[in-house]
Design a protein around this ligand. Structure first.
Ligand SMILES: O=C1O[C@H](COP(=O)(O)O)[C@@H](O)[C@H](O)[C@H]1O
Length: 248
């Protein structure tokens, strides 16, 4: 089911369009169709299609569907993770291999990394900034996941660097973030795209599953408090088409 709240809101807030699916697999197929369409449009109009893709498990079915879709000139598609853990690239906690595996069939796609091969946090932050600075054009689409604490990308509530990463006047595209507390399942510093960089996009797709996360997302959007609920930054991109994808 697809539904919209207020189709054209007033003020500088994005208007979310909800997409509800009966399963995570259907969500993956629905999101993949939207990403494929925007890649095709981008490639018809510009030299490259430029995507920022969330890590985590929820969007992986969408990436797999997308990679299998016909009619996309993958050699002209460039993707970057929205965030990455500061671990060596061969470490099981590095998002890169899962993203690469999910996009395996997208033959020729370029995936930009945010971290140095050894995972050093400071060197990675400088590297990520250079990589993004060299690709200053707006994203065609940004896919964002969300944690149970309302973090998105690696914009973690409570992190010392959160205010800098949320600052919409910043000149930084990517920053080091130290989640506080460190999540026990992934106790690492991260590199995250800043809110300003994530919001410079034609489309924003938030992808979540389960009633608990839906409740978190609805409360975050209602409060608009980006420091307590960083996912609420998506409301601050009124020029972007904001899609919220949910399945049980
Ligand atoms: O820590 C992270 O978690 C979120 C959500 O992941 P999921 O597995 O629950 O979908 C993810 O979007 C983010 O990129 C990642 O760093």
């Amino acid at each position: 089911m697809t539904g919209s709240t207020d189709p054209r809101s007033t003020g500088a807030r994005a208007t979310p369009e909800w997409h509800e699916y009966s399963s995570a697999e259907r969500l993956g197929a629905g999101l993949a169709e939207k990403l494929a369409a925007i890649c095709v449009d981008a490639l018809n109009e510009r030299a490259l299609a430029w995507l920022a893709l969330a890590g985590g498990r929820t969007p992986l079915p969408a990436y797999r569907h997308l990679a299998g879709m016909p009619g996309i000139d993958w050699g002209r598609v460039v993707a970057v993770p929205t965030d990455e853990r500061c671990v060596p690239h061969e470490h099981p906690a590095c998002n890169l291999s899962e993203l690469g595996n999910a996009l395996h069939d997208a033959n020729g796609i370029s995936i930009i990394t945010l971290t140095r091969p050894d995972g050093d946090a400071e060197a990675s932050a400088m590297f990520a900034q250079r990589e993004l600075n060299a690709r200053a054009q707006p994203f065609d689409a940004v896919v964002l996941g969300m944690g149970a604490d309302a973090h998105t990308a690696s914009l973690f509530p409570g992190a010392a660097q959160l205010a800098a990463a949320l600052d919409l006047q910043t000149h930084e595209d990517a920053l080091r973030i130290d989640p506080d507390p460190l999540p026990p399942e992934a106790p690492f510093a991260r590199i995250t795209l800043t809110a300003k960089r994530l919001l410079r996009t034609r489309e924003l797709h938030v992808v979540i599953t389960g009633d608990a996360k839906r409740g978190v997302l609805e409360r975050a959007l209602a409060s608009g408090d980006v420091h307590a609920h960083p996912i609420a930054i998506v409301l601050q991109a009124p020029q972007a088409h904001l899609h919220l994808h949910w399945s049980p």
